[in-house]
Ligand binder design. Structure first.
Ligand code: NAD
Ligand code: UDP
Length: 314
């Protein structure tokens, strides 16, 4: 049994990760400032004897004693990370610096939740970890993309300079229950729009592609990465099934039986055109690959959003 710190534990991925690690019998410290996370995500585990909740902002240092750190704290949806871009940079840079300082002091292993966004609008397809990326450092996405790139650099430098035992997960688009209703990412937007009969908002012509990983698969990958020895280079975690955004809209309309219409809105600046992970490294080093196809994952996610919408009405 280990004592494990999860920053961003009240968020979408963090709360699923905490469920998994509590089931394994670990002691969990959840640290969150509740910017995009919610107490609702934690309601079912709040009284768990092995769980401690700490309201804290990672831009400020904190002294704790832990064996492992999963550093997830950072808004992930473009709508949320662009709400206060300077804060997003602080969260990524100062937050990661603080967590690395903590890891160094207590000799904890630390895993960073990095992102496929560090590849920017990729000119190499599919994306391997060796690709350096194509990122606009001046655009509205750069607070997140460049923030995570600096976070990766900090991880590597603490590893080289201070021998901190690091893991870097490059997470590709992930979806599932516990995404917020107002999350703003494509799967949650389309499902909520379909269930409420609103227009489905396609940005651009919907030809851009993404690869979507169901959250339980992703959590399994994160835990395997954390517990694999001597793996300091980044590892892509995502589902290599690639879909155009238009296909996602059509699938969700079919699965919900919704009468919603499609509308076309301008493409946001710097929106990546194609994205699909090469997961050879994860397959070889972690023995990991996703098991849940998109349709099966959507069939678990749609009823969650339907229940959430009923809750907000009553
Ligand atoms: P989320 O927004 O649901 O969760 C982020 C959590 O971090 C929230 O609970 C939020 O309140 C907390 N947080 C934000 N800023 C904080 C701060 N300064 N101090 C303390 N807590 C703070 O997002 P998610 O989808 O669960 O993403 C979790 C992590 O995974 C993020 O680091 C994100 O960049 C990364 N990631 C996610 C995806 C995805 O598709 N979901 C893809 C790539 C990377
Ligand atoms: N998107 C869309 N309609 C929406 C939300 C998103 O067409 O209501 C598109 C968006 O332009 C992008 C893709 O879906 O090309 C994925 O967007 P999301 O915000 O989910 O993730 P990211 O762009 O960070 O991969």
């Amino acid at each position: 049994m280990a004592r494990i710190l999860i920053t961003g534990g009240a968020g979408f991925i963090g709360s699923h990760l905490m469920d998994y690690l509590l089931r394994q019998g670990h002691e969990i410290l959840c640290l969150d400032n509740y910017f995009t996370g919610s107490k609702a995500n934690l309601a079912h585990m709040r009284d768990h004897p092995q769980l401690e909740l700490i309201r804290h902002d990672v831009v400020n240092p904190i002294m704790l004693e832990v064996d492992q750190i999963y550093h997830l704290a950072c808004p992930a949806s473009p709508v949320h990370y662009q709400y206060n871009p300077v804060k997003t940079i602080k969260t990524n840079v100062l937050g990661t610096l603080n967590m690395l300082g903590l890891a160094k002091r207590v000799k904890a292993r630390i895993l960073l939740a990095s992102t496929s966004e560090i590849y920017g609008d990729p000119q190499v397809h599919p994306q391997q970890e060796s690709y350096w990326g194509n990122v606009n450092c001046l655009g509205p996405r750069s607070c997140y993309d460049e923030g995570k790139r600096v976070a990766e650099t900090l991880m590597m430098d603490y590893h080289r300079q201070n021998r901190v035992d690091i893991r870097i997960a490059r997470i590709f688009n992930t979806y599932g229950p516990r995404m917020a209703l107002n999350d703003g990412r494509v799967i949650s937007n389309f499902i909520v729009q379909a269930l409420t009969g609103q227009d489905i908002t396609i940005y651009g012509q919907g030809r851009q592609t993404r690869s979507f990983c169901f959250v339980s698969d992703l959590v399994e990958g994160l835990v395997r990465l954390m517990n694999t020895e001597l793996l300091h280079e980044p590892v892509n975690l995502g589902n290599p099934e690639e879909y155009a955004i238009m296909e996602i809209a059509q699938k969700i309309l079919a699965l919900t039986g919704s009468p919603s219409h499609l509308i076309y809105l301008p493409m946001p600046p710097d929106d990546p055109g194609r994205r699909r992970p090469d997961i050879t490294r994860a397959r070889k080093r972690l023995g990991w690959q996703p098991t849940i196809p998109l349709e099966a994952g959507l069939k678990e996610t749609i009823p969650y959003f339907a229940a959430k919408l009923r809750e907000t009405k009553s």
